[in-house]
Design a protein around this ligand. Sequence first.
Ligand code: NDP
Length: 395
Amino acid sequence: MAKVLCVLYPDPVTGYPPQYARDSIPKLTEYPGGMSLPTPSTIDFTPGELLGCVSGELGLRKFLESQGHEFIVTSDKDGADSEFDRHLPTADIVISQPFWPAYLSADRIAKAPNLKLAITAGIGSDHVDLDAAIARGITVAEETYSNSISVSEHAVMQILALVRNYLPAHEWVVNGGWNIADSVERSYDLEGMDCGVIAAGRIGLAVLRRLKPFGVKLHYFERRRLAPEIEEELGLMYHSDVESMLEMIDVLSIHAPLQPETYHLFDDAMIGKMRRGSYIVNTARAEIMERDAVVRALRSGQLAGYAGDVWYPQPPAVDHPWRTMPHEGMTPHMSGSSLSAQARYAAGTREILEDWFAGTPIREEYLIVDGGKLAGAGAVAYTTGGASSPGSSGS
Ligand code: NDP
């Protein structure tokens, strides 16, 4: 029997919700491109429930305990005295979400001799030291596509919020004002602007598709160029290097994984290559940015706005400068944890666990590390050699 240690974000401050804003969520049939949705044998939750917090338990308790497994759920994940650290030495399986990551550093992995499987409920396993996982033969898996569209919607929302100056205008209303001039002095139309994405993978391409109807000119930088039909359909301009794209765009949305190549890619010099008054939305990983360079660029006016939902570390300190820098539209790391997304990645987590306990292969699409090497989706999306060393990178 296995000990499953699950780290989830805390419940709402008002307690676990007795009811929800909506009675149901739409039923999808497949992911874009035809990949199938998670296929667990059954689920023990109602899609649309809050599953990603401690009381939600990813809907896994009945399933795990009915098979005799021990299931520990906690949000207490940081510091040597945390509940996570207390249980880690005897855990066989660790589950955590990128929104509230249990950083599985090399040190922690060394203290977990039984650990065989690390599941990311969601997408993005850079909170796990993949090199250490490879060395120890630990399998790492995540639920590819489960929240890609969720994130793309959030990115487009934040682009519009920044360009149109939505958040400051909303604040005027909440504070009893009717300050049109104050609200519009930084408000523009997106229409006609040049918008670019870094990485046109699942999320980046979905962002491009969603921006198209706004009448913008679309650009992208990718290591591998998209098919000509897609470029034509969306009217995309391809850039073989980031710099050439930055000179031509007003809005940038970042969707590349955190890797040695993207770590601190955006420093003063790189942001300085952009047009004055550009906007950046980053829903990929915080450490693609040099933290204080973002603050300086907003203060100087080089950037007109910065938004996103990824921070380092997570949760960030109360005095993290991104909380108070000017012209920001930050949210906590929530884009990929909508109630809709939770239903998919909770089902995907169960699918992975069912396969694991049955000894059947986990879908290639879900695998990041397996058999002592990068595998499946991970072999495409990740690199080793310091690719993900929580504590020095990863968010
Ligand atoms: P995909 O794997 O579908 O796409 C990633 C793309 O990035 C691929 O096309 C890949 O190209 C490209 N890429 C890889 N390395 C680089 C590089 N060094 N420079 C430029 N492009 C590169 O991933 P997703 O679109 O699903 O997710 C992207 C990222 O978004 C994740 O890595 C994760 O960090 C973040 N994310 C954030 C979430 C949130 O809640 N905010 C939720 C989910 C993901 P190639 O094919 O050549 O490898």
